[in-house]
Design a protein around this ligand. Structure first.
Ligand SMILES: [Zn+2]
Length: 211
């Protein structure tokens, strides 16, 4: 067992945190996102919330995740990689990285995933679409100067070398091809990562990013 470094939950005991979450069958996933409890959170500490079926639902502030666990509405699937625990007056809770709801919640499908650098790199596996070297930038397949759009269908991850060579040329002019036509990723899993440049590695097995 690794050494477990205790951290403290501050002045208020865990049980004093208001809980507004619902694990009933109606709108639970949305309720889980209506979090107003972010103010006291360490800014980057989020916890991946899985449905009862292990489908990812959202990323929660740590405090709200701990409340779900303490109230018995969720269980810890993966604890913090460093083995952190939280103490209150009456209980000790493992700091979670991934938690799973005890009850299934139905979540409506949400539409198109916003294009971001982090999400695009994830879609393309951080590999250059032209040469498979490690990607460092984003390339517009049809250059923007030639009317190309800033869209999932016209953007690919790209290494610096290919990006310089490509410049304002089209693939036809260079004789280059793409092995896969770029397209928007589908599924709500992507929303969890679209704004996050360094997601917790413990989350990744639950996020189907290959789609
Ligand atoms: Zn390249």
């Amino acid at each position: 067992m690794p050494y477990r470094k205790p951290i403290h939950a501050g002045q208020s005991p865990l049980t004093s945190v208001p809980t507004t979450s619902r694990s009933s069958s109606k709108g639970g996933g949305q309720a889980a996102e209506r979090s107003g409890a972010g103010a006291q959170e360490p800014p980057r500490r989020r916890v991946l919330l899985l449905n009862n079926t292990f489908e990812p639902l959202t990323a929660l502030p740590l405090r709200r995740a701990v409340v779900l666990v303490v109230c018995g509405k969720a269980e810890v699937v993966h604890g913090d990689a460093a083995g952190l625990v939280l103490h209150s007056a009456t209980t000790t809770v493992e700091v979670p990285s991934v938690i799973r709801l005890s009850n299934f919640v139905r979540v409506p499908y949400r539409g198109r995933v916003p294009l971001s650098r982090a999400a695009l790199m994830l879609r393309d596996g951080h590999r250059c679409a032209y040469c498979s070297a490690r990607a460092e930038t984003i390339d517009h397949v049809v250059p923007r100067s030639r009317g190309g759009s800033h869209s999932w269908e016209n953007c690919v991850a790209c290494c610096a070398k290919c990006n310089r060579r490509k410049a304002d040329k089209t693939l036809n002019e260079l004789g280059w091809t793409l092995s896969v036509a770029p397209k928007a990723p589908r599924g709500r899993n992507w929303r969890l990562l679209a704004g996050s440049s360094d997601p917790d590695p413990l989350w990744l097995p639950y996020l189907n990013t290959a789609a």
